[in-house]
Design a protein around this ligand. Structure first.
Ligand code: HEM
Length: 414
């Protein structure tokens, strides 16, 4: 299809809907966007939105893009500098805004903490026993909210263990902090969103700052101890230790919790796939997790922080140097040119390779952990409750184009 000004206008209208309205099913809108203008320059915030699998995959790996905190931060109407001090200050030190060559040494510190594929496996017994505990205590009730009573409870505790902050701390403040920070990843952000995130970040920094102080001079193996040791060795600054502790904590539970909700919901809405899965969960689970990541990921778009350092040629358009690109992985994962019958959930689909964890040097550091948590939870649910039922067929989705998840997902444990 040749892109006309009318197509560009319709594509912008679709984007506006995706960013401002709650969508229980955004995929027809993604498909229309891809059909109208697959490399779309939005007039709303001067960024490009990509929806084809091949384009998104290419851009994710392209080293001619850099991360730019200042440009990212300029997205808000932004006159109210004082009220968003903590948040901007923290964000500016996040790993996701760091560029080579310094980036690699910083990322290596966090990789070494636990996130490599082989080290993550050590967490299997912990994740299994926490999942068992949560499901045991729900069995008498006969139902569980997969998001609030399983996902958050499990993933916040696992992150606490990784950070070196175990114990049964009250998890509600973490959920509130994540809810405040999540919307800042949207392509367009109101000042009020940043003010809320700023207050949350102050509190999270207070919580983590006290605990980081206790790690000075220590030799522990947990993430906080390792990052403090890296600071003492000169690889990280004090600000980076604090800011990335907050980033990792929140990224480590919010995304996976919502992925668990999306995964269980998708399987139960496609009963044939759930029934197939329960027939042999241990054998089918790896493929099922990849297909569920493709079908209903909890991260559908990258935040607008990839800036072209030179003109980038794509099949249907050229992105000029200095422009920002937003890869829409949720659309790419349903591209019919890459996936046959893309709107069908098929847990036995071959060669899935979803783009849900991004790609290139910044590819999600927690991808092995997220996969392991999903693997254990789905197998446990299928083994214990093959008759699992949704309590509500139309649960409420979060808003926005970047994060995708359910506010709650009650299921009957049968
Ligand atoms: C299903 C769950 C998850 C999804 C869908 C997801 C998705 C993503 C995506 C799309 C990116 C951007 C990658 C890029 O820029 O190309 C990312 C980066 C990141 N994720 Fe995840 N993530 C998940 C789980 C986790 C977990 C469990 C953790 C931590 C334990 C985590 C921590 C991070 C961090 C720190 C980054 C920034 C990495 C960097 O810039 O070097 N994520 N994630």
């Amino acid at each position: 299809m040749t892109t006309t000004p009318a197509h560009v206008e319709e594509a912008d209208a679709i984007l506006r809907r995706l960013m401002t309205e709650h969508q229980s099913d955004p995929y027809p809108l993604f498909a229309r966007l891809r059909e109208l203008d697959p490399v779309h320059r939005s007039s709303m915030g001067n960024f490009w939105v990509l929806t084809r699998y091949d384009d998104v995959q290419k851009i994710l790996k392209d080293k001619r893009f850099v991360r730019h905190f200042e440009d990212f931060h300029k997205r808000s109407s932004g006159t109210d500098a004082d009220t968003k001090r903590s948040f901007a200050e923290s964000q500016s030190h996040w790993l996701i805004f760091s560029n080579p060559p310094e980036y690699h040494a910083k990322r290596a510190v966090y990789n070494s903490a636990i996130f490599s594929g082989s080290r993550v496996k050590d967490l299997r017994p912990l994740i299994t026993s926490l999942t068992d505990e949560l499901l045991n205590s729900a069995t008498d009730r006969g139902e569980i909210d997969i998001v609030g009573q399983l996902g958050y409870q499990l993933t916040i505790k696992v992150m606490g263990h990784i950070m070196g902050l175990p114990g049964n701390a009250d998890i509600q403040p973490f959920i509130d902090w994540a809810a405040a920070v999540g919307p800042t990843f949207e392509p367009l952000v109101e000042d009020s969103v940043l003010r809320t995130a700023d207050k949350a970040m102050d509190k999270l920094n207070g919580f983590l700052g006290d605990r980081i102080k206790q790690r000075h001079g220590g030799s522990g193996e947990d993430l906080l101890s390792r990052s403090v040791a890296a600071m003492e060795a000169g690889t990280l600054t004090e600000e980076e230790v604090l800011a990335n502790a907050g980033l990792l904590y929140i990224a480590g539970f919010e995304t996976t919790t919502h992925f668990l909700g999306n995964a269980v919901y998708s399987l139960l809405r496609h009963r044939d796939q759930w029934d197939l899965f329960t027939s042999d969960p241990a054998r089918l689970v790896d493929g099922a997790v990849e297909e569920l990541l493709r079908f209903e990921s909890s991260v559908q778009a990258e935040p607008p922080h990839r800036i072209a350092t030179e003109d980038i040629q794509l099949p249907t358009a050229t992105i000029p140097a200095g422009d920002t690109v937003v890869p829409l992985m949720g659309a790419a994962n349903r591209d019919p040119e890459r996936f046959k019958d893309p709107d069908r959930l098929d847990i036995t689909r071959k060669d899935v390779r979803p783009l849900s964890f991004g790609g290139g040097i910044h590819v999600c550091i927690g991808q092995h952990l997220a996969r392991l948590e999903a693997n254990i939870v789905l197998v446990e649910l299928a083994r214990r409750f093959p008759g699992l039922q949704l309590c509500d067929e139309e649960p409420e989705w979060l808003g926005g184009i970047t994060a995708r998840g359910l506010r709650k997902l009650k299921v009957r444990l049968t």
